[in-house]
Structures are given as C-alpha cells and as structure tokens.
Ligand binder design. Structure first.
Ligand code: ARG
Ligand code: ZN
Length: 867
C-alpha cells in the first residue's frame, strides 16, 4: 500500500510553527528483518509538553500497515488515520504507546526510510523519512533517547548497526541473531539510522583531546576495502581540526561510516552512524580523480562536523535547515582550505556558487536562506540553503574576526547543546559575543536574491584623497519586492601603480543603499582590490579599467582577487566578441601569453595557474547576460580559445611537456596542481578537435597511471569525431566496467559531448545494459551531466535536450520523487533564455505538470517554475 500520493500537496508556513504537543522521553524500536517484509515495533514513553498548545497526539506515518496499537500495555483502537497522520485525542499527561507495523524495504525505490541497496538494509530519515518506518512526531524539535533492537538472518546480515553503543547481542533460533544499540544522547528521529548487511570493515582509532580512544569503522562491500584509506585519513583530520579550531570533541566511543551505492544525496550525518554515497567514500588513484579525493575529504569533514552543528545542536523546524547546513558547509570549506590551498578552494567554491546558486536566485525558485514556506522540504536542500547559507556564516566570521567568532560559537554550543534552535538564535550568539547589533545583518537570512554592488572610484589629486562609492540594490524575487539594504562586508586593499600594496585588507561595512568611503593621504591614484576573498555573495560591478585589472592580475596579494581580475578581463572579452565577432582581442590573448610564460618559468602555484588559464564556464558567463543564448556564448568562448591556441601553440605545448607526469604517483597539492595545469593546457590545445588534437589526447590517455589523467584525456576527446575517441572510450569501459563509480564517469563524459550525434549517443547510453533508472548516481551520471554540464546541446534549438530530460522526470516521478524533482533544476530558469528556447522549456514543464499522479515533490518545483 502506497499512501504518499494520497497526501495532497500542502504549503507549510514558518509563521504557523507551534511546539510539539508531546515530548518523547524514550524510544524503543525493534526491527524484525524478514524476507519480503519488516516488522517494526515502536514503544515510546510520551509526556505532555508544557509548551504545547494542543492535547491531541498527532503522529506522522506513511507507506506502512498498522498491525496493532497498545496504550499503556492495553490494546487500543481509539485512533484515526487520515492524510498520513494518526491522531489520538487527549491520550493523557504521561503514557506509553506501542505501535506494531509492517513495511516493505525491498520495494522502496524512493530511498527514504528503510530500504535496500544491493541486498543490504539501510535508512535515510532526513528530512521526513522516519515516518515511513513508524508512526512518530516526525519533526526535529522532538528529541529522545533511542534504544534499537535489530533481528535478522545471521548469515545474510552479519553486520547490524544503529546509533550509539552496542548494548547486547546474541544468537536466536533458525540461524537468526540480534543486536541492541543504545544512543544516550537525545536526538530527533531524522538522525536515527539502521544498517544490516554483509559488509567488510576497515578499522582505525582516534584519541581525542581529553585522551579518550574512539573506534573508527568504515563499512564497505567486499572488494572495496582497499579504497577506504583516504576517507579514514580524512575522518581523523576532521576530528582533530574540530578540536583545534572549534574546541569540539567527539562524545561517543565509536564512529561508523557505511558506504552504500543507492543514495539520493551525498551523505547523512546520523549520530555515530554516518551513511554515505559510495562516491564520497571510495577513493583510489586508479579509480578516483583528484577532485574526487577533494570531495571525499570535504564531505567526510562535513558529516563529521554535523556531530556538533546539527546533532548536538539541532534545528527547531525545517525552515532552520541552514542553521546546520550553512554552518556545516562553512566549516567543511574552512577545513578543506586549511588542508589544501586556500585560494584554490575559494575559487572553486565561488565558481560553484555563481553557476548554481546565483542561477537559483535568478529563477522562480529563488528563496531565502531562512524561507517562509515550502510544500516538500526535500526540495529545500538547495544551493541557497547550503552554499549561500555558508556565505552568511563566512560574512559573520569576517565581521567579527576569527577570535570573536570563536567566542560566539563557544557561546552557541554552551547555550544550546541538546536543544533544537533557530537561525535567529545563532545570530544572537554572534551579536552577544561581539556586542554588535546584527539585526540589519539578519536581513540576509530573510531576503532572497543576489544583491548587486556597484562601485565607483574617484581620485582627488589636489586633496590627495581617494573615494569609493558603493551602491547596493536587491532584485525582486517571487513574493518579495522593495527589499531593504543589507549589511555587506567588503574586504578592500589598495595597490599603487607599480603593484605595491599601499593598504592591506580592511573590511568596509556597507549598510546604506549608497555609501562613500574616503582614503586620505593618497599621493597618487591607487588601484583598489575590492571584495577580496569574495567577502560577500554579491554581483560586483566596478569602474576599474582593463589596465587596473591587469595590474591586479599580476600583483594583487589576495589570491582570489588575482584570479578574479583575470576572469573579469575574460568576461569583458567574451562580451566584446559576442557583441562583435570581429572584435580585436589581441591584448587579452597576449595577457594569456604572459601567464603561459610564467608557467614556463616554473614559478608560481600550478593549481592557481590552471584556474587562471581557464575561461569562465558557460554557466558563469550566463549570469552576466540579460538574455541567455548558450550557443552564442559558446561560439564566442570557443573563438577566443582558438585564437589563444593559434597564438601560443608552441608555448602551450612546451608548458604541457614541462608538466609531464614524471616518477611516482603522488597526491601532494604540488602534484595535483601539475595535473590540473596539464588539463587546462590540454583543453586549449585540443579545442579545434582536429587530428592532432585527438592524437595528443590519446597520448595523454596512454601515458596515464591515474584516473585524473584518464578523465582529462576523455574530456578532451569528448567533442571529437576522430577515431581515437571511440578507441579510448572503449578501452576505458573495458578496463573499469566492474567499478560502478568509474562507469558513472564513462556515462558523464559522453553526455557532456558537444557534437552532432549527441542525441544518438544519449539514446544509446539510456539503453545501455549498465543504465539503471533506480540508481541515483547512474541517473545523475547521464541526465544531470547532460542537462547541467552540456548547456549547448541541452539547449539545442530542436528541443530534443528538453524532451530527453522531461521524459526521465516523468518516469522517475513514481519511482523516486526526490530525484525526479531535482532533475527539474535545469528547466526552472526558462524565462532567462531566448524566446524560442523559452517556449520549448515552458512546454516541457507543462508536459510534466500534466502528468497524472504527480508527486508533491515534482509538483512544487514545476508549478513554482511556471509561475
Ligand atoms: N544532512 C545531509 C547533509 O547535508 C543531507 C541529507 C538530505 N537528505 C534528503 N533526502 N533530502 O549532509
Ligand atoms: Zn549537511
């Protein structure tokens, strides 16, 4: 019996929040995992919440059959079930309620609640998956102590895990066994987890700052044990970093990570039992790229950091999701910055923010970091909640300074440990610890949209005065107009005409719609470096000349702004070519030559040079266009790359040779930088897709001793029609067909091809024996790779790209509504495209909306997109 479609889409409002009517003092769950069904018995001791406003107990439950209910040990039938809720009218002040129900994890393709992945059982309860396991107050502000008994066949499911510590285990009749887990720390049900299966364990330990030994276990499928060392090392680094930077120690004696191949998202921070997508655990040089290694480190950190920011202090309601996600993303970004190159990480994060969050802000789905309403909370695990949320924490860090920020987080953990709180509570701690008024700053949480910040400069030679005038404006977004000015920290430094730093970074606080800052004693007109480190998530427009930007590109002391200056020059050049294809771009091409020469001198950070040599991606360029025409952007971008190649072919080839793989494989930042630089250079050298290009890429592939270099070669061959393309892709598949995560790459690298027969390729991939509609990684590897990373063909004037995506959304709607809804993302910005493309995108959205039995998930995104 499926019930979730019977629940009509209903909007939930933040303003309607009321405390839960009942508190759960303790929860006892018992799982009997049987072939074909699972019997769940939940016994909960409830007590009336003094803060509650109703006296009815209302429990959420979906997709299950109730077998029996008992109140205080007596059979009980005086309950009603309607619209996914069980209601018991006035059950009393304190009572225990036992509910036995039957669920079907083997038939669960939504991958929420209890489900199976490759024969093993696992759970995903955030946000509202627990209600698919048993009837409960499925809301984050009900915290309770959980004891969990699991029973299953001992041979098929030797590993049985839940949160906390193992309390009891034993054999039963018929070859079955049981285990009892107890988590002494009260938690909301979204942090509950259960795993049962046949898994191998990789073990290590960590000694905490107070000398406690913690067992660290990573569970994977047999054969994958050799790909866990990077995840394990990352976990230990995370634990140490959180002690050093935030003073936070891990509280239990055991920390488990389980890797599963069927997972809707990246990973899940269930207390002491993190469940991960295999893509974010497994990493080996033969099968994972440098960027995979970085993602593993970042996400292992992210989920570990949730232990304090999310679990020990949790969210009062789902409107506060960014309380834990924004803060935890900020923490994982800073962790990665400390472990690697700070500037490189910042560049990559800002690129992602601009490409994916700014575009969300520019769409009908724009929403605030603390939204006011939603239909389906799963749809709010967005770039805005996560990445813009992280920028909001970063700005508070910038405004307070590292030391005061740390005082504020200490206060936050002290004040709220064991509680479910709000974003307002977090900002209040920042205000209390610093003595600052952050009420204007809080508007960042409530106002959607990317602000624009215009800067004009003026030099007054007679008074030796330099001024910067800032004008901020906030775009209208759905249901939000006439927005208030924000409190924007703008990190600024000043350089002289020779590139010497006159004024080191200082943070200007822009709070007015228009505001001028004056710098005295300026003997000459300085060159300003504005928004260093991208100190605020705004669209910056300056009046800097190309010469100013060139100076910053060479001399800025801020690594991010050095790169940014080059990107701004590139954006200006792309725009000139789009406006006039014959435009003279000699100067820009010559500047690239200077960068190449720098690389040939062997000086400078190679990872940064790789990024400096890369033109902005189409998705970033699009954010600067009034009307988006992907083909026109691509044509201009490619024309510039071709001119760069023609002008600097020999120097580029020399730079490629200089950075050849020599000796042992290594994962040092230096080695990763070298590979990234080679990739950037090869991409330019192969832009024309001719015979020489294909030969070069094939040679790169043949010389590769690691996945990064192989993927570089495949990426550079993807658009080609030369025979080497088929050879290399076939070899790659043959070598790695038993590694699902590598087969995902094989799908993606074909889906991003900008070439004529792409639609035949897509059809072939869709019908490939390895395609599996029920596996989210595989679906993403084909459809998201195409729709997000192949903008030219996705927006093909024929509309075939839209149709391809539309069909899979309709197909997934009944299989996995969360993934189906997520797939709509590339269509939601339809109003920003050319009229012809708009019409086709709109038609695709309307066709989806007309689908019978549309899930609430898909309904929300599509109906809001069309508004
Ligand atoms: N809390 C998880 C994380 O950020 C995300 C899980 C969200 N799951 C979902 N089904 N929406 O690490
Ligand atoms: Zn998270």
């Amino acid at each position: 019996m499926r019930t979730e479609n019977a629940v009509a889409p209903k909007t939930i409002y933040l303003k309607d929040y009321t405390p839960a009517p009942y508190l759960a003092k303790q929860v006892n769950l018992s799982f009997n995992l049987l072939p074909g069904k699972t019997i769940v018995t939940s016994s909960v001791d409830y007590v009336k919440n003094p803060a509650g406003v109703s006296s009815d107990l209302v429990l959420d439950g979906e997709d299950q059959t109730v077998i029996s209910v008992a109140l205080n040990g007596q059979p009980f039938e005086d309950y009603t079930i309607a619209d996914g809720q069980m209601t018991i009218v006035n059950p009393g002040h304190a009572f225990s309620l036992t509910i036995v129900s039957e669920i079907h994890p083997e038939a669960n393709t939504a991958l929420e609640g209890l489900y199976q992945s490759q024969g093993n059982y696992c759970t995903q309860c955030e946000a509202e998956g627990f209600r698919r396991i048993t009837y409960y107050q499925d809301r984050p502000d009900v915290l309770s102590v959980f004891t969990v008994r699991i029973e299953a066949d001992a041979l098929a499911y030797p590993v049985m895990l839940s949160n906390g510590n193992l309390q009891e285990e034993g054999m039963l009749a018929d070859g079955r066994h049981f285990r009892v887990w107890h988590d002494p720390f009260p938690k909301p049900c979204y942090l509950f987890a259960l795993v049962a299966g046949d898994l191998e364990r990789v073990a290590d330990t960590f000694t905490t700052m107070t000398g406690r030994k913690v067992d660290l276990h990573i569970y994977v499928r047999a054969g994958d044990e050799g790909q866990c060392s990077h995840a394990m090392a990352s976990l230990k680094k995370s634990m140490q970093w959180d002690e050093e930077v935030y003073g936070r120690e891990y509280q239990l004696d055991l920390f488990n990570i389980v890797a599963v191949s069927d997972f809707n998202m990246g990973a899940m921070e269930n207390t002491s039992l993190n469940v991960f997508n295999t893509a974010l655990v497994l990493a080996h040089q033969e099968t994972a790229t440098d960027s995979d290694f970085m993602s593993v480190e970042g996400v292992i950190g992210h989920e570990y950091f949730h232990n304090w920011t999310g679990n020990r202090v949790t969210c009062r309601d789902w409107f506060q999701l960014s309380l834990k996600e924004g803060f935890t993303v900020f923490r994982d970004q800073e962790f990665s910055a400390d472990m690697n190159s700070r500037a490189v990480l910042r560049i990559d994060d800002v690129n992602t923010l601009r490409r994916l969050q700014f575009s969300e802000d520019g769409s009908p789905l724009a929403h605030a970091v603390q939204p006011d309403q939603f239909i389906e909370i799963s749809n709010f695990y967005t770039k805005t909640i996560y990445d813009k949320g992280a920028e909001l924490i970063r700005m508070q860090h910038t405004l307070l300074g590292a030391e005061t920020f740390r005082k504020a987080t200490d206060l936050y953990f002290d004040r709220f440990d064991g509680q479910a709180v709000t974003c307002d509570d977090f900002v209040q701690c920042m205000a209390d610890a610093s003595g600052r008024d952050l009420s204007q700053f809080f508007r960042w949480y409530k106002q959607a949209g990317t602000p624009s910040l215009q800067v004009s400069s003026h030099y007054d030679a007679s008074h030796q005065r330099y001024t910067l005038t800032f004008k901020q404006s906030q775009p209208d977004t759905p249901e939000q107009t006439n927005k208030q000015p924000l409190h924007i920290p703008v990190a600024v430094g000043l350089l002289d005409a020779f590139g010497q730093e006159l004024l080191p970074t200082r943070v200007l606080e822009v709070t007015e719609r228009e505001q001028t800052f004056t710098f005295a004693d300026m003997a000459d007109r300085p060159v300003p470096s504005i928004l260093r480190g991208f100190s605020a998530p705004v669209k910056l427009e300056t009046d800097l000349s190309d010469d100013d930007l060139r100076l910053l590109q060479v001399y800025d002391t801020d690594g991010f702004n050095k790169w940014e200056a080059g990107q701004t020059l590139a954006l200006r050049t792309i725009q000139r070519v789009m406006d006039q294809p014959e435009a003279d771009i000699t100067q820009f091409v010559a500047d690239i030559g200077t960068l190449i020469a720098q690389g040939l001198s062997g000086q400078g950070d190679k990872a940064l040079l790789a990024r400096a040599l890369s033109l902005p991606l189409l998705g970033v360029i699009a954010q600067h266009q009034a009307v988006i025409d992907p083909a026109a952007i691509d044509a201009a971008r490619t024309a510039i790359l071709i001119q760069i190649k023609r002008t600097h072919k020999e120097a580029l080839a020399a730079l490629y040779d200089l950075n050849r793989n020599s000796g042992e494989f290594s994962m040092t930042p230096e080695a990763m930088g070298r590979r990234a630089l080679q990739h950037a250079v090869l991409e330019i050298l192969t832009v024309t897709n001719g015979t020489g290009c294909a030969a070069r890429s094939k040679a790169h592939y043949d010389a590769a001793d690691n996945m990064t270099d192989r993927v570089t070669a495949l990426a550079c061959l993807a658009d080609s029609d030369q025979p080497q393309r088929a050879e290399v892709f076939a070899d790659f598949y043959a070598r790695f067909k038993n590694y699902p995560l590598v087969v995902d790459k094989w799908f993606s690298l074909q889906a991003i091809a900008n070439r004529e027969q792409i639609f035949e390729d897509l059809a072939m991939l869709r019908n490939h024996a390895d395609f599996n509609i029920k596996n989210p990684n595989r679906v993403r590897s084909l459809y998201s790779a195409f729709a997000i990373n192949n903008p030219v063909k996705f927006h093909d004037p024929s509309g075939k790209g839209y149709a391809f995506l539309r069909d899979v959304i309709i197909e997934l709607n009944t299989i996995n509504p969360q993934i189906a809804a997520r797939m709509v993302t590339p269509l939601r910005e339809w109003k920003r495209y050319t009229p012809a493309l708009q019409a086709q995108m709109q038609a695709a959205l309307e066709a989806i909306l007309a689908t019978p039995n549309l899930s609430g998930d898909v309904f929300e995104i599509v109906s809001k997109s069309l508004k």
